[in-house]
Design a protein around this ligand. Structure first.
Ligand code: 5AD
Ligand code: SF4
Length: 480
């Protein structure tokens, strides 16, 4: 599963060498963390190609849009953006300049040649599996060719793209994403990912380990392992055995400097004992798990092809909580899947009450052309979907607030990530992924400080120094 986050803007890598960087690129990223990661890799490749990142379309020679297909009418929104870019290009041309436009991501993958036909402003259409070909595609485009790169190639894009590392490529602060797996073989009937991202592929152990080592050397202390089905990751280990994600996180935790590990997004069917036990045994593995269920109704789960029941999901949650009692769980929910009755929806509400989430993303079902759900009978009225979504979100918000309130009084190790809005504050991250605001005197960015959470606020939690340090520097201590 991809985790859809609100639209985010990502800047490509810092200039490798401002002296030689002459061309300017504006990168706009939509969708999941996987897209954020991919944009960074493309930004790195472009900075090697002499591109410097800029913050506005107006200042750019190249606009790269990394698109997401999870949202409704995704393609139409991209086309309307391209319409605006066509105006800008026309203006540029009339002034003797030029503008190049590249479209990447899942909408590019799904549209392919059609995108060039409908939006001649586009120079390059490039799918998620072919990003390593971007510099070559741009070179061809500069010679007036229109380039569409959307097949699923046999070579591994990660072998060709520069790794996230120190040196010529910008460092990314103290936290970083690391893609370990891509694609999906699950074919949930509502979802486009298996079509746009292709089959499940795991990156080999050595590649992941060396990227993590380079990240650690560049000052990264927390890595978030990414994959559409991250817990389906598997690979041949250095001991010759087949490893799963549980084994991999153990090896990553042993890297000097990597103090915190997270992973997203997981499918309930791929949550094996080794991974669950890693939550019990490995202090570096943060107590947060994004484990989408989508619905609490067995009938709807079946129609969605999720291949598990509500009871199986709840039993799984129990096993995970047995291993790591304080784990923060988050989920994804879809309301108004075809055929969903009031009773089905009440089953979802019941499951949410039973699980008690720390956070969740929730969506109204919307048709993705080409998926089995699109042709199903019993499409649900928009007003009914809206009403269900409002109720579901109210319940989740209540649970999120409760989760924050329960943290008050606890001490926790906070990774100080960035400056706060006020100059005398820093923002740290709790093990449970909450932003925590602390006094800047608490430490410097990159420090992990043990502090007491004092109160909840609209922007996150607030923490203060622990007056009487117990001497226990473990990942978390619940001393109240
Ligand atoms: N309609 C609504 N939500 C969807 N998602 C995926 N496809 C659809 C769709 N067609 C949601 C799922 C998934 C998340 C990333 O986006 O909840 O887990
Ligand atoms: Fe996740 Fe299902 Fe989509 Fe695969 S098909 S990415 S498991 S929602």
């Amino acid at each position: 599963m991809t985790q859809a986050t609100p639209t985010s803007l990502t800047r490509a890598g810092q200039p490798a060498d401002a002296g030689t960087a002459t061309k300017k690129v504006f990168v706009k990223t939509y969708g999941c963390q996987m897209n954020v990661y991919d944009s960074e890799r493309m930004g790195d490749a472009l900075s090697r190609d002499g591109y410097q990142p800029v913050d506005s379309v107006e200042a750019a020679d190249l606009v790269l849009i990394n698109t997401c297909h999870i949202r409704e009418k995704a393609a139409e929104k991209v086309y309307s953006q391209l319409g605006r870019l066509a105006q800008l290009k026309k203006r540029r041309n009339s002034e003797g300049g030029d503008l190049m436009v590249a479209v990447a991501g899942c909408v590019a993958q799904a549209e392919g040649e059609e995108m060039i036909r409908r939006a001649p402003v586009v120079d390059v259409v490039i799918g998620p599996q072919t990003y390593h070909r971007l510099p070559g595609a741009l070179a061809k485009a500069r010679n007036g060719e229109r380039v569409v790169e959307t097949e699923f190639p046999t070579e591994d894009k990660f072998d060709r793209l520069p790794d996230a590392s120190a040196g010529t490529i910008r460092t990314r602060g103290v936290t970083a994403f690391l893609t370990v797996q891509e694609g999906c073989d699950k074919f949930c009937t509502f979802c486009v990912v298996p079509y746009t991202r292709g089959a499940e592929v795991s990156r080999p152990v050595e590649r992941i380990m060396s990227e993590a080592e380079r990240l650690a050397a560049a000052g990264v202390r927390e890595v978030t392992l990414l994959g559409q089905n991250v817990n389906a990751w598997h690979g041949q280990g250095s001991d010759g055995r087949e490893w799963g994600l549980g084994e991999l996180v153990h090896r990553l935790a042993a890297i000097e400097g990597i103090d915190r590990i997270r992973y997203t997004t997981s499918h309930p069917r791929d949550m094996d004992d080794a991974l669950i036990n890693a939550h019990r045994d490995l202090p570096e593995l943060m107590p947060y798990l994004h484990l989408p269920v989508q619905s609490g109704s067995d009938r709807i789960l079946k129609a969605m092809n999720r291949r598990h029941t509500a009871a199986e999901y709840i039993r799984l949650v129990e096993r995970i909580r047995m291993a790591r009692p304080d784990i923060a769980l988050s989920g994804d929910f879809i309301v108004g899947f075809p055929g969903e009755t009031d009773e089905d929806f009440e089953d979802t509400m019941r499951l949410i009450r039973e699980v008690n989430y720390a956070a969740a993303f929730s969506f109204k079902y919307s048709i993705r052309p080409g998926t089995p759900g699109a042709g199903m009978d019993g499409q649900v009225d928009e007003a009914v979907k809206s009403e269900r979504l409002t109720r579901l979100q109210a319940l989740i918000n209540e649970q999120t607030r409760d989760f924050g309130r329960q943290c008050v009084g606890k001490t926790a190790d906070l990774l100080l990530e960035k400056p706060g809005r006020n100059t005398d504050q820093l923002v740290g991250r709790s093990p449970w992924l909450q932003p925590v605001i602390v006094d800047a005197k608490a430490g410097k960015i990159g420090d992990i400080v043990n502090m007491r959470i004092m109160q909840t606020g609209s922007n996150g939690l607030y923490a203060e120094p622990v007056e009487t340090q117990s001497g226990n520097q473990g990942a978390i201590s619940f001393d109240s």
